[in-house]
Design a protein around this ligand. Structure first.
Ligand code: SF4
Length: 370
């Protein structure tokens, strides 16, 4: 059956901020960790979250430290990838944790969290429920898709925290809020005995086996992710899939189409809530951090060009051709699956789908109800 993989979280130290030690979250986490991991109580956890000076890989070293602290800023924010330059999907981000125990070579957190690389779990996470209730109360008939998988994988810490159960119970009782749990794990144990009442979507980022093996360290295999999606579907959850980043390596199109066949053999197209696609994109700072941490990764050395938003992106004809091949394959599957592109301008959307995208708020509403 599904295994809980807390052994993947290999820690040298844990820091607990004053006032958090008695919290339900700290109690659960400290009980689940091996007893030999040293725990230090600190007045202010900010210093413990920073990079260790002199470490050869400060970001990697951050993934060996866990900080339990109060979040002092709002939990809810617009997706940081959103921009008026892109045809966006109206996604709202709920930050309940920061950084990720897996280690994908292309992960944008290597840049985004370079100054705060330690794992952070927020002891006051139930305060986020008040923010969500205020959002819902002011919604005036709108529906929102809210996700926890932006600054951390949504389920990677769940074997320590069990937060997913509280989240599912909260969202199950809210008609105009949909929770998206986005993951590359198969750690669905906690989800299987809570009833989501149709309000929770679990989404998997999928990559071909070749990308998984070269670049997605410590993640569940693509086959395991697909099997986990079938299990949560059977338990009453909605499912969605992200093909992001799409990477254009030799034979990529063949491998992605094979992956889609494997997915559709297990999950019927009419049961897929939506698909997203996004090409590999890296700022110069991220590209240099990723290449320095993963010098032998061939996926970081494809044909890319610096685009007008300051990111290196896969050479446009290669990117468009992959988008079109995948969109065509899903179209042939026999059921219309809502599909959107992440961080792409309207012009790319038109090339792939032959029409203009809806406004972000409209797409967000549609995906929340899909
Ligand atoms: S699973 Fe997601 S958050 Fe975790 S390292 Fe990979 S890309 Fe980053």
């Amino acid at each position: 059956m599904w295994t809980v993989k807390k052994e993947k979280i290999d820690l040298d130290s844990v820091f607990v901020e004053h006032g958090c030690a008695e919290s339900a979250l700290a109690t659960r986490v400290l009980r689940a960790l091996p007893p030999d991991v040293p725990v230090t109580h600190v007045a202010d956890a900010r210093e413990a979250s920073r990079p260790i000076s002199g470490a050869s890989d400060p970001f990697g070293a951050g993934k060996r430290r866990l900080v339990i602290a109060r979040r002092k800023t709002p939990f809810l924010m617009p997706c940081p990838a959103g921009s008026s330059k892109f045809a966006c999907c109206g996604y709202l981000v709920l930050t309940l944790a920061s950084n990720c125990p897996m280690d994908c070579s292309y992960c944008f957190l290597q840049e985004y969290l370079a100054d705060n690389p330690a794992f952070q779990l927020y002891a006051n996470y139930t305060d986020s429920f008040d923010e969500l209730d205020r959002l819902a109360a002011n919604a005036h008939g709108r529906s929102f898709r809210v996700g926890t998988g932006e600054l951390a994988d949504s389920l990677a810490f769940d074997s320590l925290t069990s937060i997913s159960r509280d989240l599912v119970e909260f969202f199950a009782a809210r008609e105009n809020l949909t929770l998206e749990l986005k993951t590359k794990t198969d750690e669905i144990e906690n989800l299987l005995d809570v009833d989501p009442r149709g309000r929770v979507l679990v989404s998997w980022t999928l990559s071909p086996d070749h990308v998984y093996r070269t670049s997605e360290h410590l993640t569940a295999s693509p086959a395991a992710r697909i099997a986990a999606s079938r299990a949560v579907l059977d338990a009453g959850y909605r499912v969605a899939f992200h093909f992001d980043p799409l990477i254009a390596y030799p034979n990529a199109e063949r491998d992605y189409l094979l992956l889609i066949d494997q997915l559709l053999d297990v999950v019927p197209p009419k049961q897929i809530s939506f698909i997203s696609m996004g090409g590999l994109r890296m700022t110069p700072r991220l590209r240099s951090a990723a290449r320095s941490r993963f010098p032998d990764d061939p996926m970081l050395c494809g044909e890319d060009v610096l685009s007008s938003d300051g990111r290196f992106r896969t050479f446009t004809p290669l990117r468009l051709s992959l988008y079109r091949a995948l969109a065509e394959r899903f179209k042939k599957a026999g059921a219309e699956i809502p599909t959107y592109l992440c961080m792409e301008p309207e012009s790319v959307h038109q090339h792939v789908f032959g029409g203009s995208p809806d406004r972000p708020a409209t797409i967000g509403q549609r995906l929340a109800r899909a």
